[in-house]
Ligand binder design. Structure first.
Ligand SMILES: Nc1ncnc2c1ncn2[C@@H]1O[C@H](COP(=O)(O)OP(=O)(O)OP(=O)(O)O)[C@@H](O)[C@H]1O
Ligand SMILES: [Mg+2]
Length: 510
């Protein structure tokens, strides 16, 4: 007897349907799983057998072959336990074949037949819905996460017996009640820190507002204790609230990484990832045996903060060049490759030399060679990927008591939100979301300059010998400055202000 049960597996942040074909025939009792199954899928044999017996069903003592189709894509994880068991228990099920054609099953079984929470439920439920399936059975523990998807019937089950009982119409799970009882928390979480805590440093704060307004990668550079880390940590408090689409996009990544908060079920906060400078390449860009998403992917639609940039391994940093540029990362494996999105705002902070005081009011103790060696830890191509270079210096003593001038995050956020709204409207017919994503072919369309600003931009380009990338970054930054003022036109002041944020580059890196 052959049964075909639909299930799902993950490739990157998307699910793909797996047909679990269970064939039970006469012959020597055996249980074989074929179809490019990983070790944990193969181990399902033992879990499934015990779960069936401990749920008081008979395990077929026949020749069992399970084929996982498509056979050329590797299947991973323990979520195929449930569909395999359903195929093996076909004799106990009274539903016709049509029910199973429109149904997907996912779940890991424990030996007593209980269904355990799995990773990646959100992308799996979304994929099943997109592929036109009517219903999906998931472990009860994943209920909250799955409840954010509309348009597909989600059936959370606690154990194998309950699952079979529900399919046969013998058990009422009271789904209406279960879903109405869920307390969905979609409100953006509040932050403890605020920009009003930061005294003085107006130039840097304005630079960070522009960075947030158009997602421009930024380096903060200056002596120790001047507030670089403090300010970088506050950038997410001025980023606009996440929209529903962004929340789902981020939650899909966190669901795969197993980082979804059990009490909320969805990501309600812009990601802020701050890996330590001892981070390995794998932890930063992702990979490993399970091709898990790295820090740059976990920071998608949020901030990747690289504090003490010059202390990171140079080779590891170089790996970030392609993903920073493209907004996605491809992890190649033997038989397949995985694509993760990483549209991330990169904020980096560093000292200008080993002692930290080069070009500051405090005398620097380093030799010229030491300063050059320190700066060379960051390659030219990596620096070229930054839009704003903000020199951070100590503030004047009087600025500590000037509370009135320190704008709150809420007030800065309003301008950022306004700039983002303009960008949303501007890019509504394209696949980009913010100014930093403008492609070189679109520069003339979106960053049109009048004659005066064109001449100034040309002078800057000629005098400072900007790379093509730096020049387009200058125009994109000017575009954001204009957006923050609700201006459709870019004028010379916008260009000049945008150029002032390269000041730090000429001060410290030239
Ligand atoms: N502009 C400021 N306003 C108020 N407090 C500040 C300011 N700058 C620094 N501080 C205080 O100094 C502390 C240290 O600042 P922070 O850690 O951000 O320095 P840093 O520039 O990152 O130094 P390092 O180069 O050593 O990492 C902050 O926690 C804060 O208490
Ligand atoms: Mg610091």
């Amino acid at each position: 007897m052959l049964s075909i049960i639909n299930s799902c597996n993950l490739s990157g942040i998307d699910g793909f349907i797996v047909n679990v074909e269970v064939d039970i025939t006469r012959g020597m009792p055996c249980f074989n799983i074929v179809g490019l199954a990983s070790t944990e899928v193969k181990e399902a044999k033992e879990r499934v057998k015990s779960a069936i017996i401990n749920s008081e069903f008979d395990f077929p003592t026949k020749r069992i072959v399970v084929n996982l189709s498509p056979a050329d894509i590797k299947k991973e994880g323990s979520l195929l336990d449930l569909p395999m068991s359903i195929g093996l228990l076909r004799n106990y099920i009274t539903r016709d074949i049509d029910y199973f054609r429109k149904t997907v099953f996912v779940g890991e079984l424990s030996l007593d037949g209980t269904l355990k929470k799995i990773r990646g439920v959100l992308p799996i439920v979304l994929s099943a819905k997109e592929k036109g399936y009517k219903r999906i059975f998931i472990p009860y523990g994943n209920l909250l996460e799955a409840s954010y998807v509309d348009g597909i019937e989600v059936i959370p089950v606690k154990n194998l017996r309950q699952c079979i009982g529900y399919i046969n119409g013998k058990i009422d799970l009271n789904l209406g009640q279960i879903f109405s009882d869920i307390d969905k928390n979609t409100k953006e979480e509040e932050y403890e820190e605020d920009f009003s805590d930061v005294k003085g440093n107006y130039f840097v704060k304005r630079g960070l507002e522009i960075a947030a307004g158009g997602n421009h990668n930024t380096i903060l550079i200056g002596p120790p204790g001047t507030g670089k880390t403090m300010m970088a940590r506050r950038v997410r408090t001025i980023l606009p609230d996440l929209d529903k689409e962004e929340k789902i996009e981020i939650s899909k990544i966190y669901s795969i990484a197993g980082l979804i908060d059990n009490n909320i079920g969805i990501v309600n906060k812009r990601p802020f990832r701050s890996p330590h400078h001892s981070a390995t390449t794998t932890s930063l860009i992702g990979g490993g045996v399970k091709s898990t998403p790295g820090e740059i992917v976990l920071a998608h639609r949020g901030i990747l903060f690289l504090d003490e940039l010059s202390e990171f391994n140079r080779k590891t940093l170089e790996m970030l060049r392609q993903p920073i540029e493209d907004g996605f990362i491809n992890l190649s494996r033997l038989k397949y490759y995985i694509k993760y999105p990483c549209k991330t705002l990169i904020i980096a902070a560093m000292n200008p030399c080993p002692c930290g005081y080069f070009m500051s009011d405090t005398p620097c103790k380093c030799s010229a060679y030491e300063v050059i060696r320190y700066k060379n830890k960051i390659s030219g191509p990596l620096l070229d990927r930054f839009d704003l270079f903000l020199p951070v210096d100590s503030i004047e003593h009087g600025e500590f008591s000037e509370d009135n001038f320190n704008e709150s995050s809420a007030s800065i956020k309003k301008r950022v939100q306004n700039a983002k709204d303009m960008q949303k409207n501007r890019f509504k017919d394209s696949d980009i979301k913010s100014n930093d994503e403008i492609k070189s072919s679109q520069i003339n369309k979106y960053c049109k300059l009048d004659r005066e600003s064109e001449q100034i931009a040309k002078k800057i380009f000629d005098k400072y010998k900007l790379s093509n990338r730096s020049y387009t970054k200058l125009l994109k930054t000017a575009r954001t400055i204009a957006d923050l003022e609700s201006s459709e036109d870019i004028n010379k002041n916008h260009i000049l202000e945008a150029f002032s944020y390269r000041k730090g580059y000429y001060k410290y890196f030239k």
